[in-house]
Ligand binder design. Structure first.
Ligand code: HPA
Ligand code: ZN
Length: 324
């Protein structure tokens, strides 16, 4: 089954580029940029990755991003991820970046986006991997900061397909960003949002109604509202689910308890993604294998996750036909 999964063409729709920072590269960049990090070795970094909820992860994850300073750093980070994509036969990826994690430290928006998109362009020609970029607002910061970030993104409008919402879900519901999302839509961006990861099913409804999202990131807590599950199935609203993330952050105690296969069988457009693979122990193939092993998936079920991801992607319609 592992070989079938590895060879299956895959599309990734939920990936934070800052979450692909492997401990080895973290060390290399810390040395290159003379940034102090509170670890003695890459193994010590890995040992520190013991999480009990989303916040305990985010605290470590934002700290890790401090080593990213130059355009070349963002290029190197993104290129390393794209090589993993190639090894896993990921043929298209839609990556998130969190500009505020960097602009708050005095790194220019331009530095971040130029490094990321230079790697994505190189992957298009050298690795035959297509891509899109989604800019996320940090929901623990306020509405004014999100508006400021949206303004900074405007000169790069042609490089960013959508805006999203990530970071601490509890205490920061979708309604906090309704006006920013309205402005982003008016400027031509598509929208997505993390909802129903740690927060209630109501956040999924609000992301749809107040933020006008095209996809829900995570969304696994939809099962707490039967009416919502029905609506998601009928509308084929995609859920970008991240199995290893969910078990690492204790959304589910173990993979056998994960509801992704139930959701698939109920007819929802669920997809498999890696979220923050350097922190959660696996890239795309690892996530597929973890679900397939715990739930004894058939090849048809496994392939359906890939077909769903093509359907849910922001790829041009014409390109979708040739992919599937
Ligand atoms: N949830 C919220 N914010 C995040 C995540 C996540 O899974 N990963 C990186 N930022
Ligand atoms: Zn995420």
């Amino acid at each position: 089954m592992k070989n079938f999964i590895k060879g299956l063409p895959k599309v990734e729709l939920h990936l934070h580029i800052e979450g692909t920072l492997e401990p080895e590269l973290m060390f290399e960049l810390a040395q290159r940029n003379k940034v102090a990090i509170p670890y003695s070795s890459p193994q010590a970094v890995r040992d520190a990755y013991q999480f009990h909820n989303l916040q305990s992860f985010l605290d470590i994850y934002y700290q890790g991003a401090n080593v990213l300073i130059t355009e070349q750093d963002f290029f190197d980070l993104t290129w390393a991820y794209l090589l993993r994509c190639k090894a896993d036969n990921v043929i298209h990826t839609e990556i998130f970046f969190d500009p505020q994690t960097h602009t708050e430290r005095g790194i220019a928006f331009k530095t971040v986006i130029d490094g990321i998109t230079r790697a994505l362009e190189q992957a298009r020609t050298q690795l035959d991997i297509s891509s899109q970029v989604i800019m996320c607002f940090l929901r623990h910061l306020d509405e004014d900061a999100a508006f400021e970030t949206l303004a900074q993104a405007m000169p790069y409008r042609d490089r960013i397909v959508a805006v999203g919402l990530d970071s601490s879900e509890l205490g920061h519901p979708p309604e906090k960003f309704a006006r920013v999302f309205q402005a982003a839509k008016k400027a031509g961006f598509l929208t997505v949002a993390h909802a129903g990861e740690e927060g209630p099913a109501q956040n999924i409804l609000d992301a749809i109604d107040l933020l006008g999202v095209s996809r829900i990131d995570h969304g696994v807590r939809c099962v707490e509202n039967a009416e919502l599950v029905k609506q998601l199935a009928e509308s084929r609203m995609p859920l970008t689910v991240c199995p290893l993330s969910n078990t690492k952050l204790k959304v589910f105690e173990h993979m056998g308890q994960h509801n992704i296969v139930d959701l698939l069988e109920t007819g929802l457009c669920v997809t498999i993604n890696s979220d923050d693979p350097a922190y959660f122990g696996g890239y795309m193939t690892d996530n597929f294998v973890a679900v397939a092993d715990a739930h004894q998936l058939t090849q048809q079920q496994i392939a359906q996750f890939s077909l769903n991801a093509i359907e849910a992607s922001f790829i041009e319609q014409a390109q979708k036909v040739t992919m599937s």
